[in-house]
Design a binder for this molecule. Sequence first.
Ligand SMILES: [Ca+2]
Length: 123
Amino acid sequence: MASSCSYGRTGSNGLFFNLASGNLTMSHEPTVVESSIVKLMIIFKEAAGAEVRDGKTRYSLDVKELKALLQSQIPNFLKGASAAQIESIFSKVNYNKNDGVDFCEYMAMLTKLALESDTTLEA
Ligand SMILES: [Ca+2]
């Protein structure tokens, strides 16, 4: 998946997954982490609207799609949230302030949520 958050390593040594085609090209059986990333991509793709621009299919979430995705995948996150709070979340996740939340922005949100969790690993 070509994107603005690419490290330029996919297709050679890194994970290569084409969101539009659903093709996964890998020289080995996917590890748990690789499989998890692909699952996140598939779930995102299923939730997002598709738009063809410059010959490429692009996927992004509008506010309703982001809300539905979060409610289905992270139910506690939006529990009790007002429409205004959901709009605010969408605005923050939509980092480049265009018309939708792309996969990079969605993953940045998930990363932030993970980092806000207790990661001290203490008993
Ligand atoms: Ca965006």
